[in-house]
Design a protein around this ligand. Structure first.
Ligand code: NCD
Length: 527
């Protein structure tokens, strides 16, 4: 059921879980709270005050700022606060995360879980699994807030970063030119920027990182899909030499704990490429500010400590903003704020059925004419036509093979690669005289395996119905698909039994619903 307050009960697994309008609402409320706090104003309108609302901090990976700011924000609200300590719990006995969350959920009338784990996509999986459990019990669904999941996303850091940039730009949201510097490969605070930066209407992003630390293509593509201008350099030195330098620099540390040995061996050289040096100072635009999600490396920080007392220092205020933004985030998802929200919420899922289009059969086509070359015509049955039309012959054969195996077409039939009407072009055909009907699930499988094929239903040697299939907007519930990210919650053994689920994104790419990894269409299949 849809609540009146669209923010109530919302899980924040990725930056995009709040629409741009909702994020701007968060920034406006945070600004007002911060001002009231500084001026001794009334803070009551922001306070939840519900002793039966449990805020559970579950940090299974180290954290200082995220954990402490959430702990302080929860204390501000006068709610029940539990800090779950993984190191002394049954986690060391391989206890299941779902069992632990269920138990804690049982202790409060309403609950908000703030999670930090290595498992990418865990909040989305918990939202579904514990949500269904709550539905069975007839209880309010719990909220999950992602405090950083592996290399994936860190939405609440993203919101505090955007808030800080806006504060810095005097609340002008028309344009942001930002440089992202450091470990763009492993840094989840960077990955969340691919969507989070949409808070600005026009965005130019300069990526500064050597190849080994460069931003994964998935996120680069997402930035481009979002209309950002994206440019790249391999080091700070190169960037400064190119001209048109940003006045907003966002640094991240080298995430050595997530790197393989090969990359780690080159640490000194990689670190040098993204570490600021004093000879760069006079090449910076006026009023430049540096930001950093922190922590900084004690001995070898990418922002050296001699800059702490200069006007470049934007990171101290940024880190304090974590407290204020998180107070508002908790108030929003607990329904304390949001009644006065006006604007759009995230779009609902696309219609699942849009992949089948019936094409009118204008004249009763004689099957013998249409499928005569090299394939036995059928008098009654099904012909799958236009398989991988226009692709190289080898690819068409592979696709025909995939169609046969996925749909388990072990029946009397024939198939092959044939010319289309154009003598330069080929397509695959599978002719199935014994199959008079294809179920909806099988159709979906067929559309997923061989988009753009047509399906001809034949009776009395005539095509009586014809369908064109296209890439489905979602591919799920097939045993033949899997996400290829070993850190994803859907990866066997990573978590517990989460079915792979992909959304179609730009072109023929499919993005994992959980960990956000973008796959080329063929890569999601295990056959
Ligand atoms: C970041 C994180 O944990 O992703 N820190 C933070 O939340 N303030 C960045 C990092 O670990 O480098």
């Amino acid at each position: 059921m849809k609540s009146v307050n669209p923010l109530l009960g919302r899980t924040l697994a990725v930056a995009d879980d709040l629409s741009v309008d909702e994020q701007r609402y968060l920034y406006r409320k945070t600004r007002a709270l911060k001002e009231a706090w500084a001026n001794g104003g009334d803070l009551e309108p922001y306070r939840i005050r519900d002793p039966e609302l449990g805020v559970y901090l579950m940090f299974l990976e180290d954290s200082t700022r995220t954990k402490e700011s959430f702990r302080n924000a929860a204390s501000f609200h006068d709610v029940k606060l539990n800090v779950f300590d993984a190191s002394t719990s049954s986690f060391t006995k391989s206890e299941s995360l779902v069992d632990t969350v269920k138990m804690l959920f049982g202790y409060s009338r309403r609950s908000i879980f703030v999670m930090r784990t290595k498992m990418e996509g865990v909040c989305r999986a918990l939202e579904e699994q514990i949500g269904a459990y709550a539905d069975r019990l007839g209880r309010e669904r719990p909220v999950f807030i992602n405090g950083g999941d592996g290399r994936h996303e860190h939405p609440t850091q993203e919101y505090l970063d955007q808030f800080t940039f806006l504060e810095q730009k005097n609340w002008d949201e028309s344009y942001l030119h930002v440089a992202l510097i450091g470990d763009l490969h492993h840094g989840r605070t960077i990955h969340s920027k691919a969507d989070g930066l949409k808070a600005f209407r026009s965005v130019k992003v300069d990526l500064v990182a050597p190849e080994e630390l460069s931003l994964p293509t998935s996120y680069k593509l997402r930035m481009m899909d979002n209309g950002f201008e994206v440019r790249e350099w391999a080091s700070i030195d190169e960037y400064l030499s190119a001209g048109d330098v940003s006045d907003t620099w966002y640094f991240t540390r080298l995430q050595l704990e997530r790197m393989g040995d090969e990359v780690r061996e080159r640490e000194t050289e990689l670190r040098r490429a993204v570490t600021f040096r004093d000879q760069f100072l006079d090449r910076l635009p006026e009023m430049t500010r540096f930001f950093h999600p922190l922590p900084r490396h004690r001995e070898k920080p990418v922002i050296p400590s001699f800059l702490d007392t200069t006007t470049l220092n934007g990171w101290d205020e940024q880190s304090i903003n974590g407290y204020f933004t998180r107070i508002i985030e908790l108030a929003m998802v607990a329904g304390r704020l949001g009644e006065d929200f006006r604007g759009e919420s995230p779009a609902e899922d696309e219609d699942d059925e849009s992949f089948i289009t019936e094409i009118p059969v204008t004249r009763k086509t004689d099957v013998k004419d249409r499928f005569k070359v090299g394939i036995k015509p059928v008098t009654a049955g099904t012909v799958i036509d236009h398989i991988a039309k226009g692709k190289p012959e080898e690819e068409i054969w592979n696709r025909v093979d995939k169609v046969r195996r996925t749909l388990k077409l072990n029946v009397r039939s024939s198939h092959g690669v044939f010319h289309t009407n154009n003598p330069e072009e080929f397509k695959g055909i599978v002719s199935l005289p014994d199959i008079l009907e294809i179920s909806h699930t099988e159709l979906k499988k067929l559309a997923a395996v061989s988009p753009e094929c047509t399906l001809n239903i034949i009776r009395d040697s005539s095509v009586i119905k014809k369908y064109r299939l296209s890439m489905p907007p979602k591919i799920y519930k097939f045993s033949e698909i899997s996400c290829k990210n070993p850190e994803c919650v859907t990866f066997p053994g990573a978590y517990q039994h989460v079915q792979p689920f992909f959304y179609r994104t730009g072109g023929e790419t499919f993005t994992c619903r959980y960990c956000g990894k973008r796959h080329a269409y063929g890569d999601i299949w295990d056959i």
